[in-house]
Design a protein around this ligand. Structure first.
Ligand code: ADP
Ligand code: FBP
Ligand code: MG
Length: 535
């Protein structure tokens, strides 16, 4: 992904250091163009916003001293640590923030910023008194064990925290099971294994019972590793912890193989998944090339967001068609998928189709008249688009006896999800874990940690949970895919009109920089292929 970095050090007048930072309404100069509704106002009131000059806005995260003002702070033990004490400027400047948008115009407002992650000079916990807990929730993702390992080792090695509990089997584990003791020794090798040593689950999230368990077990820091659903759960846990006035930092570490978490650059495990997907695509290509009119169909994960399919397609160059949930497609008729498959087979003698699991769900449901079902977390259970598509293609060519095809369908989804993280994801997981524990030790709470434009930041939960990250089909990246596969774009005028619109942020003074290139249907040629000029 293309990223660059802007870390803005504020002028001293702009904000005050963390514990003193006041919850404030934005000044009138930042007044929204549209008057916010009462519901929106209530939501805004919960936000911790601070304004600066030039339209600068800090969307800050809560701090334990917001509701426990008498809390004592201590010198950070890292200043005497043999490894870290020699690092120049090891501690983050309390005024450092990270810009949400880095593509700006000369007249743009400075816009939304998040607090920069990293170690602070003062901490709000004494090492000996901390009991930390770690839980993993939702679907598996490469790197979960690395994050667990680095949290345990980081807390131990950097801050001398020796009491770390592993909560087993997701949120339910808080109240349904025993905990496991996690030590640097017990987690030493776990990053080499896929899955999560703690186990995971969907559903069964009971905030009151979880916070009872936090209180009963005397947990001071809870690290919650999971996707969008998990982060919503973490937000309500934080609210309840705060309501009860507990000195407990609630920290979210974003996990999703689908890369569907908003604001953040990318989620851990995503690179590993894209890399692992290459093996399936290669196999599909080999099979397709070796047969008469061979077709390889590969299904990849991506419930609502087609990032794995998109990046795996771009990385491979063997893919002739990539189908994702964000880009509707159709089978029959002019410009349809079946016409394209036939043409590509006539031209090349073989082809590979990559389909994200969430693609074409409406089409399947319509053709099979099935009612929606949901998993324990409330996520829609997907129908097997790969199987359905393979069937449709076979049926189409059955009607053409002079056009024999050989189709092989490969579903590597769970195999991809179960592998250990690759080298770059391992490093990424280490940095995430470190940023998370530095934040908790410094007394921050109610935040998710992740890189934003290349710099780790503490992001309020609502920012992560309010919308999902999706492939913007009017953006350059999707255009690159269409150019590389030369597949039909399937877009109607309405699709283009409705896609790629940035959501309004009425509380901000921003005219946020648009970096999406809006394509019109006229950029598709008569065959529905994308013409040049969009990359
Ligand atoms: N809106 C929500 N509020 C509270 N907890 C939630 C919410 N949505 C999901 N959860 C809980 O978070 C956990 C994981 O959610 P799920 O959607 O399965 O995976 P992910 O977090 O990876 O998206 C489950 O235990 C689920 O009950
Ligand atoms: O079979 P399961 O465990 O419900 O998982 C399937 C889903 O999990 C995912 O891998 C990730 O989903 P979450 O990040 O929401 O857990 C999706 O791509 C997939 O649709
Ligand atoms: Mg999810």
């Amino acid at each position: 992904m293309e990223t660059a970095t802007v870390v803005v050090a504020l002028a001293p007048v702009a904000i005050t250091p963390p514990p003193q930072l006041k919850l404030m309404e934005l000044k009138s100069s930042f007044a929204p163009a549209v008057k916010p509704s009462p519901a929106r106002k209530a939501k805004l009131a919960k936000k911790k916003l601070a304004g600066g000059s030039g339209g600068y806005v800090l969307e800050d995260v809560p701090h334990l001293t917001d509701y426990l003002p008498e809390l004592k702070s201590y010198a950070n033990p890292l200043q005497d640590h043999p490894a870290y004490s020699v690092v120049k400027q090891y501690f983050v400047n309390p005024d450092d923030t990270v810009a949400k948008k880095i593509v700006v115009h000369k007249s743009s407002a400075r816009g939304t910023h998040f607090r920069r992650a990293g170690p602070r000079q003062r901490v709000y916990f004494q090492p000996g008194e901390v009991t930390a807990a770690i839980v993993t929730c939702g679907g598996l993702c490469p790197g979960l064990n690395t994050v667990i390992r680095e949290l345990v080792c980081g807390l131990h090695d950097m801050y001398g925290v020796t009491s770390v509990l592993g909560i087993e089997g997701g949120y339910k584990g808080f109240y349904a099971r025993n905990t496991v003791e996690l030590t640097p020794r017990s987690v030493n090798d776990i990053h080499k294994r896929g899955g999560t040593v703690l186990g995971t689950s969907r559903g069964g999230q009971d905030t009151a019972k979880i916070v009872d368990s936090i209180q009963d077990r005397g947990i001071d820091q809870v690290y919650i590793i999971g996707g969008d659903g998990t982060q919503k759960g973490a937000a309500s846990i934080h609210e309840e912890v705060q309501r009860r006035g507990l000195k407990c930092a609630v920290v979210g570490v974003p996990k999703t193989i689908d890369n569907d978490i908003a604001v953040i650059d990318k989620s851990f495990g995503f690179d590993t998944a894209v890399e692992e997907a290459q093996r399936a695509i290669n196999a599909a290509h080999v099979e397709a090339e070796s047969a008469e009119n061979g077709i390889g169909v590969v299904k990849l994960m991506g419930r609502n967001s087609g990032f794995i399919a998109m990046y795996a397609t771009l990385a491979s160059r063997d893919v002739d068609c990539c189908l994702i949930p964000e880009s509707p497609f159709y089978l029959e008729g002019k410009g349809g998928l079946l016409e394209f498959v036939e043409r590509r087979l006539r031209d090349n003698g073989h082809m590979v189709i990559v389909v994200a699991e969430g693609a074409g769900q409406d089409l399947i449901a319509r053709s099979m008249h099935l009612a929606d079902t949901h998993d324990a977390s409330g996520n829609k259970v997907l129908l097997d688009v790969g199987l359905w598509l393979s069937q449709k293609i076979k049926e189409h060519f059955k009607r053409k006896p002079n056009f024999p095809i050989t189709l092989k369908y490969i579903d590597p989804t769970y195999m991809i999800r179960a592998v250990p993280s690759n080298a770059s994801d391992n490093v990424y997981c280490t940095l995430l874990a470190h940023s998370a524990l530095h934040g908790a030790m410094a007394g921050y709470t109610g935040f998710t940690v992740a890189p934003v434009n290349g710099r780790h930041a503490y992001i309020p939960f609502y920012r992560i949970t309010e919308k999902q990250n999706k492939v913007v089909i009017t953006d350059r990246m999707w255009a690159r895919v269409l150019c590389s596969t030369n597949q039909p774009c399937f877009l109607t005028h309405e699709d283009v009109e409705g896609a790629g619109q940035e959501e309004e942020e009425p509380h901000l003074p921003l005219v946020e920089g648009e970096n999406a290139l809006v394509r019109s249907p006229s950029m598709c040629n008569g065959n529905g292929h994308l013409c040049s000029g969009a990359a």
